[in-house]
Design a protein around this ligand. Sequence first.
Ligand SMILES: Nc1ncnc2c1ncn2[C@@H]1O[C@H](COP(=O)(O)OP(=O)(O)OP(=O)(O)O)[C@@H](O)[C@H]1O
Length: 236
Amino acid sequence: MRDPLDLTLFQQLPLHSLPSLHPKLKSSLENMGISNLFPVQVAVWQETVGPGKFHRDLCVNSPTGSGKTLAYALPIIQLLSTRAVTCLRALVVVPTRDLAFQVKRVFDAIASPLGLRVGLVAGQSSIVEEISELVYAPECELGISYDPEEVSFRVWRQLRSKGDILVATPGKLMDHINTTKGFTLEHLQYLVLDETDRLLCEAYQSWLPAVLELAQSNDDNSFEPSDSFLPNFIVR
Ligand SMILES: Nc1ncnc2c1ncn2[C@@H]1O[C@H](COP(=O)(O)OP(=O)(O)OP(=O)(O)O)[C@@H](O)[C@H]1O
């Protein structure tokens, strides 16, 4: 493990001083009234997109209100902006439904202009509605009722992810891992644990080992063949 970076040594930076920042990401931030990145955001950007380049886990420890959500959301969106096919590549796990809504709003604001879709599973709607938000189901689109227990093999083959990024609470995530056909973590590239201290207090059916195992289960990753390593953002 490297020596930690001291965030108090980082300064705010204006957006225009980040040459690699995607122009649409810059516009989205400006629309949100953001003209500078906060120090934690500068530090994480530099360790991921910037000179530090992203090939390891990051553990971010920074005070409440210091801007940690954008600190991880910005590089993830920037790094996913070149994706050609929609599949679930980033998973953000948070301990509460309220935080899940809050984090999804931040992702939505910067992901949509880049054509990236953000899903939410936090018990906000029925399980069937959540499933229809997560995976394409041909019957669903034809208006025929969709019972996930009765999906034929032919249909199962056609199921694919509707989103690039998913924000989830652990309990709901495990429900979908255990029961939703077509829901897969095999293409996952980024895993974020937000409010890790609270998350790890709860075992939730051993959700973390299950997620790590599923995310690393596919050796035949057709999207990023050289990237078998799953970098994690751990935020508290
Ligand atoms: N670069 C920025 N410029 C201006 N406002 C910002 C910037 N980054 C984040 N904010 C705003 O600062 C507030 C706090 O951000 P955020 O919720 O991400 O902090 P946090 O560190 O995750 O806090 P918590 O620990 O409570 O979750 C939000 O209202 C957010 O919109």
